[in-house]
Design a binder for this molecule. Structure first.
Ligand code: FAQ
Length: 326
């Protein structure tokens, strides 16, 4: 199940201890031995997740200056700041695996690591802020609640806090859409248009179908992932259908219908060619998102330098005080 080089008795003992931890549903902690491939998988997934959180600030931040009221603006600023915070927890969790945050950011900026496909779509109207909250945060929670039981302790613990905040985000999106749905015809049409554009990309957030997901089997065996991509996607569809009905808006899929036998909603085919194109960098906003991220990083250089200089000064002062105390 894990490392191939278990002929070495020392590694074999370590591997057994690792597998016992997994079998007992206990957490693997940074100090524990773990197979290289398990570490690499976690770094890949946590880094991608962290990058998604900070790139994910952009589509909604686009509407901060144009929010329709002070209340909506304050909520949106707080939400976008929460996403930055999630990025910080996640980069922190990745660092416990022995990688440096600066290297992960370089990998993002150079296109060597991914971020979620969903953030390569534009936010064309105010209703998109509601659709992102309801659908994108909703999909994120569906995916992340099981990650609270991920076998790697720091990631699982970060997810507990992230999920609490995401559930506020999801509710604010739903409440925003409800206000539009109960508004004028034009507001209702704007909400419907946003749902029409965000529904299918939200389903793609869960990743490729199980049959084409190279990592799921191993990640589930390692209890990093607790459910497959398709299982979580189905769970999300089942949650959204009645919520759309309560909003009085429709999901843009004529094939959506309750399947009594399966106890789930059936849905129409997902356009995986579009998903692959977005992953290749050919989505509507890929270039813009990365360009904006690189620019923000470059413009923030003086803040990082100032913070490092401040930390050095504090360290020197503490060292001087220790010398005086001796
Ligand atoms: N986009 O074998 P699998 C959020 C890649 S947070 C881009 O199935 P895995 C909060 C995958 O990396 C949203 N790439 O992979 C928020 C792999 O590529 P590689 C982010 C994708 O890892 C809300 C390849 O395809 N959430 O939204 C995508 O077992 C609002 C094969 O795929 C997370 O990251 C995709 N959608 O399963 C923020 C959650 N799907 O490395 C702001 C944690 C797959 O082989 C505003 N991550 N790929 O080149 C996970 O649960 C998993 O990594 C999956 C993918 C489920 C995303």
């Amino acid at each position: 199940m894990t490392d191939p080089h278990t002929h070495d008795p020392h590694t074999a003992r370590l591997t057994e201890a690792f597998e016992r931890t997994l079998a007992a549903d206990e957490r693997v902690e940074p100090r524990d031995w773990m197979p290289d491939a398990y570490r690499a998988t976690l770094i890949r997934q946590i880094a991608q997740h962290a990058h998604s959180e900070i790139i994910g600030m952009q589509p909604e931040a686009n509407w901060i200056t144009r929010a329709p009221s002070l209340r909506r603006k304050a909520i949106l600023i707080a939400k976008v700041q929460d996403e930055a915070g999630h990025g910080l927890y996640l980069y922190g969790a990745a660092e416990t695996l022995g990688v440096a945050r600066a290297d992960l950011l370089d990998a993002l900026h150079e296109g060597r690591q991914r971020y979620s496909s969903i953030f390569n779509y534009p936010t064309l109207t105010w209703a998109d802020v509601g659709a992102i909250g309801w659908l994108v945060d909703g999909a994120a929670i569906t995916n992340q609640v099981p990650l609270c039981r991920c076998s790697y302790g720091p990631y699982a613990r970060a997810m507990v806090r992230v999920c609490k905040e995401e559930s506020f985000h999801q509710r604010q999106g739903y409440e925003l859409l409800l206000a539009l749905a109960r508004g004028t015809d034009a507001q209702r049409a704007m909400a419907q248009d946003a749902i029409d554009r965000w529904w299918w990309p939200s389903l793609m957030m869960f990743g490729p179908p199980d049959a084409e997901s190279p990592h799921t089997r191993q990640s589930m065996a390692w209890k990093i992932k607790r459910h497959s991509n398709d299982e979580l996607r189905q769970r999300f569809v089942d949650i959204c259908v009645p919520q759309a009905e309560s909003l009085g808006l429709t999901l843009p899929d004529p094939a959506l219908r309750w399947n009594e036998e399966r106890g789930h909603y059936d849905h129409g085919p997902i356009d995986w060619a579009e998903f692959k194109a977005v992953l290749r960098g050919a989505g509507p906003c890929n270039e813009q998102r990365l360009e904006q991220r690189r620019r923000a990083h470059a413009e923030g250089a003086w803040v990082r330098e100032a913070a490092a200089a401040h930390a050095d000064k504090q360290r020197e002062r503490r060292a001087e005080q220790e010398v005086v105390a001796v």
